[in-house]
Design a protein around this ligand. Structure first.
Ligand SMILES: [Zn+2]
Length: 487
């Protein structure tokens, strides 16, 4: 039986995080009452003139640089003509022949190893409005339209057909999302539609150079949907070919409840877009000075920062990846280390107690009640032996709900570790006297009894005795022979 391989390319639309729309001053905020963020420009009134939002262009350049693209010094807006009720002008302003950027390359970690994907182009465009087909008493007869989204700035990122399986496509999309969110170019919110993915997929006999006929699967708004839709579509196409049929070039939709892709329109019905240069907008110029200004303000990207953390701070790669889940976390980690915390200890606290407490409080790291300097202060008290790890967890809880430092809490609550042997001797004598059985067992050779006795002494001192000293002193007392000659 012929073996087949899949060929996948992605088209990703990402909403840029500008305050205002791409060609007018209307707000881009999500969730406003319908048709309240609109003006003659984004409603396409005759005579209204668009003016390009510089912040949107800069965001597009930042994203394209992070994807390894060449930024074209001159790019041109074009009118993409088609009729649809959510498109008031009858055309969408996009870029066609001369996009903002092209020829990028992205390396990422797929489930089965490192992968590379070429980026064909990154271009700027405006979003359309939103048709509302349900939710109204007359929705069976009417469709409503909300133009708040009309004119919201997008970048479209088009990849080369370099992906070969559904799992790699999902991993790439996830990697791309991480970069865009890290750059603060996109909020990564796929439920609200800020990040959407279409996939072009075809299959061919393994080893064949020419491409098979492709289908486009539209609007895949989660990594899981992308993967499942591609898995299904690849199987479907292979099945068609094995039965001696022909794959039809068409647009398909993912039906997530049925777990299948379904035909939306075939090539014959497809939009035959006509593009014209946009006469109302001048070319977008990104000269050397502007490019340099943007480039020099680019943050270190997540993969690079992860590698540097592992290397410079000798962090295990798991820890390095955990503390670089977001820019906020990575900044927090480096600030804690700069404030004197050993790297591994800082990572442990961030992945453990801090992550738990933030999650419980529903707070992002940027709003952590404990700042990096205070966390470093707590870790310093453990490192220098002032408090034990167990006491530190209690101190952490008090720090989280106050603005006191660890040292202040330890001082005012009398939590400092007891290192003075003379102060530990009393509780040890008490524990030995009260636990005759355990003492006898230890002396009879059951060494594990020691841990129990240490625990009793720690309990008697409210956890404040230095556990190492307790261990040593107990052992000494037990090995010195029976006190009072009882055994
Ligand atoms: Zn407007």
């Amino acid at each position: 039986m012929t073996e087949y391989e899949a060929v996948i390319g992605l088209e990703i639309h990402a909403q840029l995080q500008t305050v205002s729309k791409i060609f007018c001053g209307c707000s881009t905020a999500f969730g406003a009452p319908p048709n309240t963020h609109v003006c003659p420009v984004c409603l396409g009134f005759p005579g209204a003139l668009p003016v390009v939002n510089r912040a949107a262009v800069d965001d597009g350049v930042r994203a394209a640089l992070a994807l390894g693209c060449l930024i074209n010094p001159v790019s041109i807006f074009a009118r993409k003509n088609y009729f649809y009720p959510d498109l008031p002008k009858g055309y969408q302003i996009s870029q066609y022949e001369q996009p903002l950027a092209s020829r990028g390359l992205v390396e990422f970690e797929g489930p089965a190893g490192p992968r590379r994907v070429g980026i064909t182009r990154v271009h700027l465009e405006e979003d359309a409005g939103k048709s509302l087909h349900e939710g109204f008493s007359d929705s069976d007869r009417k469709t409503y339209v909300d133009f708040n989204r009309s004119g919201v700035p997008l970048i479209e990122i088009v990849t080369e057909p370099d992906l070969r399986c559904a799992a790699d496509a999902a991993a790439f999309f996830s990697h791309l999302r991480e970069i865009l969110v890290w750059l603060e170019v996109n909020d990564g919110n796929m439920e609200e539609g800020s990040l959407r993915c279409d996939a072009n997929v075809s299959v061919r006999p393994a080893g064949q150079a020419t491409l098979g006929t492709k289908a486009e699967v539209k609007n895949l708004n989660s990594f899981r949907f992308l993967q499942r839709a591609l898995e299904h579509e690849i199987d479907r196409q292979i099945d068609v070919l094995r039965r001696g049929g022909r794959v039809v070039q068409e647009t398909r939709l993912w039906d997530s409840s049925a777990g299948v892709t379904v035909s939306m329109r075939s090539k014959e019905e497809a939009h035959d877009y006509r593009y014209f240069p946009e006469p109302d907008l001048p070319p977008v110029i990104v000269d050397e000075a502007r490019l340099e200004r943007i480039r020099s303000a680019m943050p270190e990207l997540p993969d690079a920062r992860r590698a540097r953390f592992a290397e410079a701070y000798a962090l295990p790669s798991y820890d390095a990846s955990q503390v670089t889940q977001s820019r906020g976390l990575a900044d927090f980690f480096e600030a804690a280390v700069a404030a004197g915390a050993p790297a591994k200890a800082a990572a442990n606290w961030m992945m453990g107690e801090l992550a738990r407490a933030l999650k419980e409080a529903g707070l992002p790291i940027e709003r952590s009640p404990i700042d990096p300097r205070r966390l470093a202060g707590l870790i310093a008290l453990i490192e220098n032996g002032t408090i034990s790890g167990a006491i530190a967890k209690g101190v952490f809880g008090k720090m989280f709900s106050s603005d006191r430092s660890a040292a202040e809490i330890v001082e005012s609550d009398g939590l400092a570790q007891i290192d003075d042997d003379a102060k530990i001797a009393g509780p040890i004598a008490d524990v030995l006297a009260k636990n005759g059985d355990a003492v006898a067992q230890f002396r009879a050779g059951k060494a594990s009894t020691l841990a129990f006795l240490v625990g009793q002494v720690m309990k008697a001192t409210s956890g404040k005795a230095n556990p190492k000293r307790v261990n040593e002193l107990l052992k000494k007392a037990l090995e010195a022979g029976p006190a009072g000659g009882a055994g």
